[in-house]
Design a protein around this ligand. Structure first.
Ligand code: C2E
Ligand code: CA
Ligand code: CA
Ligand code: CA
Length: 279
């Protein structure tokens, strides 16, 4: 039995070493991904339920790996956060999103908002608001066209620090949204102090509408909370006509999800915009 145990241990440590090695390799590749221009953005439209028009695009990061193909952010964002690579990657995302929006504006497309995701590590970097301002300056995009999506858990890690940074961003003219709303546990009294414009109802609540009574109750409660606080509210992960109808009746302002469109490469998003027509 002892022999077997030793063999197992050996296999185990070999496996761990292999895994550690693989992780290091990923880390190196990710580090080089920016310089090699392997990162790109897809854009998913956000639609107003009132006007039926696209009013914004969420920028979603993709990694076009030379061997492994397109890699989802869910796979590499955690590694990027762990290693701190999220800071340069986050700057890249912001710059690329602002630059793309500016290019669409100059091409005469309707004036959209672009929203970008922000990770906790990025947000906590010193002088982050100044860096956002520098990127806006560099790309020539007016601040009011940029929205930053902060998760509840990011904010709740350090509420007063987050509020201070949020006020700095607000002062620049950038708008803020709370992403994945309902999954964290921001207290209602804290919510009142956040200078945000929009709540994004997490897709886990939207998924089982209209069959799940609890999800219906939670979603309706978030919508009426947003209305009472004077915030806009958007539902993410909207996939079906039945969900759209429910959300419309419940008074949700906006939707995002496969029902309307998947996240698209920039040129496809641009064709969609042209088809949808300009005001
Ligand atoms: P998220 O911010 O909650 O983004 C929404 C995710 O839901 C996206 O996944 C989008 O493709 C997906 N989605 C949109 N509509 C539907 C739908 O109708 N049904 C379903 N099942 N899914 C839908 P994606 O692009 O794989 O991104 C995953 C997560 O990675 C994002 O979740 C966000 O947390 C993170 N992420 C993406 N880009 C960035 C980035 O530039 N920076 C940071 N820090 N995180 C990012
Ligand atoms: Ca988001
Ligand atoms: Ca989300
Ligand atoms: Ca999410």
């Amino acid at each position: 039995a002892k022999e077997i145990g030793r063999n197992n241990l050996q296999v185990f440590t070999e496996e761990m070493a292999a895994r550690a090695h693989e992780k290091l390799q990923w880390q190196e590749e990710l580090r080089e991904a920016i310089a090699r221009e392997e990162l790109l953005l897809h854009f998913q439209p956000q639609m107003s339920l009132e006007s039926g028009r696209i009013f914004a695009a969420e920028a979603l990061l993709r990694w076009k790996h030379p061997v492994r193909g397109i890699i989802s952010p869910a796979t590499f964002i955690p590694l990027a956060e762990e290693t701190g690579l999220i800071v340069p990657i986050g700057d890249w995302v912001l710059r690329a999103a602002c630059r793309q929006l500016k290019a669409w504006q100059e091409a005469g497309l309707p004036p959209l908002i672009v929203s970008a995701n922000v990770s906790a590590r990025q947000f906590r970097e010193g002088n982050w608001a100044e860096r956002v301002a520098a990127i806006l300056e560099e790309t020539g995009l007016e601040a009011r066209y940029l929205e930053l999506e902060l998760t509840e858990s990011l904010i709740m890690q350090d509420v007063s620090g987050a509020i201070a940074t949020m006020h700095e961003l607000e002062a620049i003219g950038v708008h803020l949204a709370i992403d994945d709303f309902g999954t964290g546990y921001s207290s209602l009294s804290a919510l009142k102090r956040f200078p945000v414009r929009r709540l994004k109802i997490d897709r886990s609540f939207v998924a089982d509408i209209p069959s799940d009574g609890d999800d219906i109750a939670i979603t309706s409660a978030i919508i009426s909370l947003a209305q009472k606080l004077g915030l806009r509210v958007i539902a993410e992960g909207v996939e079906t006509q039945a969900q759209v109808e429910f959300l419309q009746k419940a008074g949700c302002d906006e939707i995002q999800g496969y029902f309307f469109s998947r996240p698209l490469p920039a040129h496809e998003f641009e064709s969609l915009l042209r088809q949808a027509g300009c005001d």
